[in-house]
Design a protein around this ligand. Sequence first.
Ligand code: TYM
Length: 326
Amino acid sequence: MEIVVSGIRPTGNLHLGNYFGAVKNFLRLQDEYNCFFFIADWHSLTTHPHPGDVKVNVRKILAEYLACGIDPFKSAIYMQSDIKEILELYLYLNMNAYLGELQRVTSFKEKARKQPENVNAGLLTYPTLMAADILIHRADKVPVGKDQEQNMEMARKFARRFNMIYGVDFFPEPQSYSFGGDAIKVPGLDGTGKMGKSEGNAIYLIDDAVTIRKKVMKAVTDSGPVEPNSEKPEAIANLFAMLKIVSSTDTYDYFNEKYNTCQVRYGDLKKQLAEDIINFTSPIRERILDFSANIEYMDKVAHEGAEKARESAEKTIREVRKIIGF
Ligand code: TYM
């Protein structure tokens, strides 16, 4: 059976980017495949050296996963830091990862620019740890958003390299998975770029209706098109991209037609977009609140998930040790 792995750093609440980039695609696979979904708490140390109250943070994220529909009966849900075998694989992969290629990774360069006082080795070797997360289960498919493409390329490279150096056909080359083909990028509504926690432009699944309306109404727009069928500037294209993700095709077509005939009223568009987002998030938000109240259940989920993940990880490490010669 094919194996699926995905993960999220616990540096904040889940936002629409996380949901539509990764979680939704994961949900599409969990009925058919052997699925692992984890919280990348070691990865978050690369930017947040003080994890705070780990237990509280973990439960918060677990409640969000469960509320999205990740099902502990079908998928192993666990903390990265509960699986020590990942570290051993990380070490082996690092022995065959080269400084030059790690320094060229775009997200390394970006983060190094953002936190010049803390360009740590973990930041540099972020892609090897991510590869270890994936290869530890010998995964085939990895549901991730577009922003993870380069990390996925690195994971494939490390898998190939391991196989080549040791003359084996052990690790499959893990592929990014997105339903319908191309990985998606959920845009921010602040004019440019993607939605992200660190970008400060995220709409969270836990946001209430008032907050969502406020955030959407603040979205950057312009004075509107003056020529029919003109190309949309980035901020407007982002707004439409969001509409495509959360609204019905009819709604999208309606506003697109209005845009193309220079009759669009951004206020109406935003109001509709806000309501569609609220319709989508409010049942999830309710479930998050329900799960959050059930601490015992969440601790049980994390414990059982770790057991399942450990079993798979131990098996891989046993074989890797044999292959390398330990
Ligand atoms: P992270 O925590 O930044 O994001 C978690 C997942 O959400 C996706 N995502 C987006 N997708 C589309 N549009 C957006 N605006 C958007 N923002 C976030 C990300 O692509 C990701 O899939 N390195 C990973 C965590 C990780 C991981 C792994 C993932 C560590 N090890 C192994 C998969 C497999 C990260 O920082 O994701």
